[in-house]
Design a binder for this molecule. Structure first.
Ligand SMILES: *Cc1c(COP(=O)(O)O)cnc(C)c1O
Length: 403
């Protein structure tokens, strides 16, 4: 039996099932027939029948055409078309990792002297990129509390602010941001809004909510099998596409054909995997709320999650990654020992795959603002396709010694 919130958590996934099944396939079907799936096409050199033909093709750099291997390949382009459809954008650039997808628009839309305003709950390596490489090239980044009010956000804008970066829900702390409000502030300051939409792929429409650029770690839900690293940047305006595409070409960024092919294959089953994983994750979150050592569960579908109302308003479903904060009197060492006792949950980075994972999130994370920190030790769970009862039992057994 499912209650109303369980439906709310899962319903959005099946809504784009037709897209992930139909889009990104061959354009035409010849009389002689062909395999449903496009073959893997590896290549560097593209040859042409004449110099004129080569010259003409060389002018199609914004058209997802095959020109030279470093500028894209047929599998990459099919993947780009499918991601653009899911995100609701006009064009997508696939790149070699999610982190590269985070870095690329920061490079493409700033120059020396620019300022970037970034959510304090941003994915750690994106923060590191801003604080090291971007800074070296004269771009300054400051951080805003993810749940900042419109007034606070406006007060942090500078004349040279070119980009606001949002990530919703936030890494480790799961605040669901008010993206339409942030988009208003960005628009008023003539800045671009980048959203890292990895958790919300398909269940949050970034462009309908005012974003200019959406970033995806395809490594997560899209790959889905913990065996690829890939990323994507999607835009919805010609001028943004030209800037993004120029930067990708100048940096030689592309997505290799084998991984693009595997990611397309992963995407075909994304909606059914995530519908199941989202339901198990929500039920686990509810169950964890009743466990004695747990102080708070950070899952966007739970009422006390920061930004729960934003989630209700803007998302059509929930993902399979959430946070658990333990009571403050439990030590970090006790939590770590508990994690080591888990048998079904594997210890490891990343998420979005078919298997359940656990990672501590307290201790090592960096924030400029501290107001949203949990006082006790915390960890995050990625919920896979295992039997929910097995997962519960594993956690219950490991947590028993914490009481
Ligand atoms: C994993 C992740 C990334 C980076 O993706 P990789 O493919 O591992 O480089 C970026 N943003 C978010 C929110 C992520 O979870």
């Amino acid at each position: 039996m499912t209650d109303a919130m369980e439906r709310r958590v899962t319903e959005g996934w099946s809504r784009f099932a037709d897209k992930v099944v139909r889009a990104g396939r061959h354009d035409s079907l010849p009389e002689r027939g062909q395999f449903i799936n496009a073959p893997v096409a590896r290549g560097s050199t593209v040859i042409f029948p004449s110099l004129a033909a080569m010259h003409a093709q060389g002018h199609r750099t914004y058209d997802h055409e095959v020109i030279y291997g470093a500028m894209g390949n047929p599998n990459q382009h099919l993947l780009e078309r499918l991601i653009a459809e899911i995100e609701g954008g006009s064009d997508c650039q696939a790149v070699c990792s999610g982190l590269t997808a985070c870095a690329l628009p920061l490079l493409a839309f700033t120059e020396a002297g620019s300022h970037v305003l970034m959510s304090d709950a941003i994915y750690g390596p994106t923060r590191r990129f801003a604080k090291t490489m971007l800074r070296r090239f004269g771009v300054e980044t400051s951080f805003y509390p993810p749940m900042a009010s419109k007034e606070t956000l406006q007060s942090l804008m500078r004349p040279e602010t070119r980009i606001i970066v949002a990530e919703s829900p936030g890494s480790h702390s799961f605040e669901v941001q008010d993206v339409p409000m942030i988009a208003d502030v960005a628009a008023a300051g003539q800045a671009k809004l980048i959203v890292d939409n990895t958790w919300g792929l398909g269940i949050f429409q970034p462009f309908a909510h005012g974003a200019h650029i959406s970033v995806q770690a395809l490594t997560k839900y899209a790959g889905g099998h913990s065996d690829i690293i890939l990323g994507a940047v999607t835009v919805n305006a010609r001028e943004d596409w030209v800037k993004l595409r120029d930067a990708a070409i100048q940096l030689g960024l592309c997505a290799n054909p084998d991984e693009s092919w595997l990611t397309l294959r992963g995407l075909r089953t994304l909606t059914v995997r995530l519908e199941k994983q989202a339901l198990t994750a929500y039920r686990m979150a509810r169950w964890l709320q009743s466990c004695a050592p747990v102080a708070r569960v950070l899952h966007p579908a739970l009422e006390d999650c920061p930004g729960h109302d934003n989630w209700l308003r803007d998302f059509s479903g929930a993902g399979c990654l959430f946070g658990v904060a333990l009571r403050p009197e439990i030590t970090d060492a006790a939590m770590r020992a508990m994690i080591d006792r888990l048998k079904i949950f594997s210890i490891g980075a990343s998420w979005g795959g078919y298997e359940s994972l656990v990672m501590p999130t307290s201790g090592g994370i960096v924030r400029d603002h501290t107001h949203h920190h949990q006082p006790g030790p915390a960890f995050r769970l990625q919920i896979g396709l295992e039997d929910p009862e097995t997962l519960k039992e594993d956690l219950a057994t490991a947590m028993a010694v914490l009481q």
